[in-house]
Design a protein around this ligand. Structure first.
Ligand code: COA
Length: 712
């Protein structure tokens, strides 16, 4: 058991000084840990009886690195660099024993030790780049000295951890062991002492290879997609290049570059998203259950694309799934789709044939709803039709014992109304999966008016099981994501088309801004008919006035459904994915604009981006004020993990804060005065702007929104 008052302990085992870091959950190297590490290092190195020092973790993770919560203020001493100096210049050999993960500052601490031994299941890496940071505790200087500049650049730019075996092959660790790491590491230390092997400071090594410009551009190109629009990678290259200088000079350059990266807007945004993603799984007033509910057996009703994807998501998570559909042909199609999906995973080397077979074997197919009887959770994913869904939910309610969870995978219907079709509406909620359900990161959890807290807690656990990022939404038009997309972002994009922009101009401008894909390309990919159907359903809840997707709806009427029909907002020759502009679409848009007496004009890319993003922010503020989302940071998570908003801008609400809400409200008013219609500034933005406040500050205010209100 770890003792929170003693995050670092020091013991002497014969000639070995054993330093144990025990700071759950991730052994972050915070100020308290650094103070105690400094003390332990001093005790070990001052005792002449101690001939080797071992640093090990008390838990199952060596360390996730520096404490990110300390990054917003100057770091208090002792710094990690001071500890590393003490270790690297120690008179006796220092060994790091790596278990679980050794990331960031955790790995950097180990690189300053003289030897590294790792458990075979350990992984090591420098993930700082994913947070917009250049490693600043010697990572860019010691790693190239150990494994060469090229390999270091690849590891630092990708940020992905590598296995212990890879680390050994590269020369990052000296020995990989199976079994008990502590025993093996002590033995390793005793061997060093016995063999008279002394300190081996990494700083004294020289870098074996030089980074030339063609190698750098080759590696940057390979990572281009992940690093799109980012600036940290260029800073990382400069830091790694400095590793060929004398250590003291290189480390000073690294420190300056790391500080610069820490202060960058990109890093602030990425760190915001990191914490927002962890926060979104916590719902105030939802008790942390002492025991997580069983989620071993899952029933899914409806074997369409969604049902099959959800089945794969659970099978991937090791759960057994009963996939139920009353149509045998639908089950056959689903089985084929699942098989072909796993086959393509095997072909691409993402999983072995054995893994794929195991996962497929976890899914059983049935036409009988009774196959759901023993399920811990049942999810209905049938056609988006209120009566049909009610029927399925009520039958599930009658066959499942009352402590089991029932979810509806609706994207448009009222979860409250669906729940009330059962005798236990408190155990019903919405799980809004995104396509493809087996791969998408986001899971919107929709809380109906009657959904109980324990049901919500169980659903948050489901997200964990599936390794998805949960965001809780109130039960309203489009929930969080689709509401902002339809009422704000996509709607403004359509309006811009009517006013004179072309689909490719709108898409390119927003892709340049950082969106993964522009709105028209997204519509063509998902199917314009799918969008039209969703809107028809949603409009049964609340109507919207014209113009509201008149172009997409007309394309649907014309059978221009997108990529799947080879024509949509664009042309896709020979069923390909490359989008080409289509003069017929331009003509169609001009006609629709004329019908509405819209005078077309030249529109700048800046106006396109500004209007679309402001619309997104504005509706986001309404969603917050109405209590549909609990936190602005939840809205950011929805948009960065589910709708392609660039992470490095932090999500729409964080981005609004960086623009300043005073500026945001001024610009929304400007467009409202100029273009009128639906663009009235959201009251929440006006209020916050008047107080010179931010969404971030709003998140910290105590309040109870609809999402958080206990069930009546
Ligand atoms: N500093 C401070 N807190 C950290 C942290 C860090 N470096 N790494 C993780 N945490 C916190 C999380 O915020 C979370 O806190 P919470 O329980 O209050 O929400 C908790 O530790 C557990 O982390 P979580 O991500 O939920 O656990 P996980 O098992 O899914 O993942 C890691 C563990 C280590 C893989 C993941 O947390 C991670 O990638 N951390 C960042 C590592 C990194 O970038 N290090 C370099 C820092 S410069």
């Amino acid at each position: 058991m770890s003792d929170p008052s003693r995050p670092v302990t020091y013991d002497e085992l014969g000639c070995v000084g054993l330093i144990r870091i025990d700071n759950p959950p991730v052994n972050a190297l915070n100020h308290e840990v650094r103070i105690r590490l400094a003390d332990a290092i001093m005790r070990a190195t001052k005792n002449p009886q101690i001939k080797a020092v071992l640093i090990i973790s008390g838990g199952n993770m060596f360390s996730a690195g520096a404490d990110l919560k300390e990054f917003d203020a100057p770091l208090a001493e002792p710094s990690l660099q001071q500890l590393q100096n003490a270790l690297e210049t120690a008179p006796v050999p220092v060994v790091a024993a790596l278990s679980g993960l050794a990331l960031g500052g955790g790995l950097e601490l180990a690189l300053a030790c003289h030897y590294r031994i790792a458990h075979k299941d350990a992984k090591v890496g420098l993930p700082e780049i994913t947070l917009g940071i250049v490693p600043g505790a010697g990572g860019t200087q010691r790693m190239p000295r150990l494994i060469g500049s090229r390999a270091a650049l690849e590891m630092i730019l990708s940020g992905a951890p590598i296995t212990a075996a890879d680390a050994k092959a590269k020369g990052l660790v000296d020995e990989v062991v199976d079994g008990d790491l502590r025993d093996s590491a002590i033995e390793f230390c005793e061997r060093l002492v016995h063999d008279g092997l002394g300190p081996r400071p990494t700083r004294n090594l020289t870098v074996s290879d030089n980074l030339d410009e063609s190698t750098i551009s080759e590696i940057l190109r390979a990572d281009a997609r992940a690093l799109k629009g980012r600036t940290t990678q260029k800073l990382a290259v400069d830091a790694i290049k400095a590793a060929t200088l004398p250590f003291a000079e290189g480390i000073a350059i690294e420190a300056a570059i790391a500080n610069k990266s820490l202060a960058s807007r990109e890093s602030l945004a990425l760190r915001h998203v990191f914490f927002a993603e962890r926060e979104s799984g916590k719902v105030e007033a939802v008790p942390q259950p002492t025991k997580q509910p069983e989620m071993n057996r899952v029933a899914i009703v409806g074997a369409g694309t969604m049902g099959s994807g959800i089945a794969m998501a659970f099978a991937d998570a090791g759960r057994s799934v009963a996939l139920i559909d009353n149509d045998n042909a639908a089950l056959t199609r689903s089985r084929d789709a699942v098989r072909s999906n796993y086959a393509s995973g095997v072909k691409r080397g993402r999983l072995s044939q054995e893994n794929a077979d195991e996962r497929m074997g976890r899914i059983s197919y049935s036409t009988d709803l009774a196959a759901a009887t023993e399920a811990d959770i049942a999810i209905e994913a049938v056609f988006e039709d209120m009566d049909l869904k009610k029927k399925v939910l009520s039958r599930l309610d009658s066959i499942l014992s009352a402590d089991r969870l029932i979810a509806t995978n609706t994207s448009t219907l009222s979860v409250t109304e669906l729940g009330r079709a059962t005798a236990h509406p408190n155990r019903v909620l919405g799980l809004h999966f995104f396509v493809p359900a087996q791969a998408s990161k986001l899971l919107e959890i929709v809380r109906g008016k009657d959904t109980g807290f324990d049901t919500l807690a169980a659903a948050l656990h489901v997200a964990k099981v599936l390794k998805k990022i949960p965001v809780v939404s109130g039960d309203a038009f489009g929930f969080i994501g689709n509401r902002m997309m339809l009422d704000g972002y996509f709607r403004e994009a359509e309006q811009l088309l009517l006013e004179g922009a072309s689909p490719q101009q709108v898409d390119t401008a927003l892709e340049e801004f950082g969106f993964a894909m522009g709105p028209q390309r997204v519509s063509d990919l998902g199917g314009n008919d799918v969008g039209s159907k969703v809107r028809i359903q949603l409009h049964k809840r609340e109507r919207r006035s014209d113009p509201y997707f008149v172009i997409a709806d007309r394309l649907t009427e014309l059978g221009r459904l997108g990529q799947k029909t080879g024509r949509g907002f664009y042309r896709y020759p020979e069923g390909g994915r490359d989008a080409f502009p289509d003069p017929d679409v331009d003509e169609l848009i001009e006609g629709l604009a004329a019908e509405r007496s819209i005078v077309r004009r030249e529109i700048s890319d800046e106006e396109i981006v500004e209007r679309c993003v402001l619309a997104l922010i504005n509706v986001g503020a309404m969603v917050l004020d109405e209590g549909i989302a609990a936190r602005a940071s939840d809205v950011d998570v929805v948009w960065t993990s589910g709708y392609g908003f660039p992470r490095y801008l932090g999500g729409p609400m964080f981005y609004a804060d960086t623009l300043s809400l005073e500026h945001v409200v001024k610009r929304i008013r400007h467009y409202h005065e100029k273009l009128g219609h639906y663009r009235r500034p959201a009251s929440l933005i006006e209020r916050l702007a008047a107080e010179n406040s931010t969404f971030e500050q709003w998140d910290r205010r105590p309040r109870k929104g609809a999402v958080l209100t206990p069930a009546l």
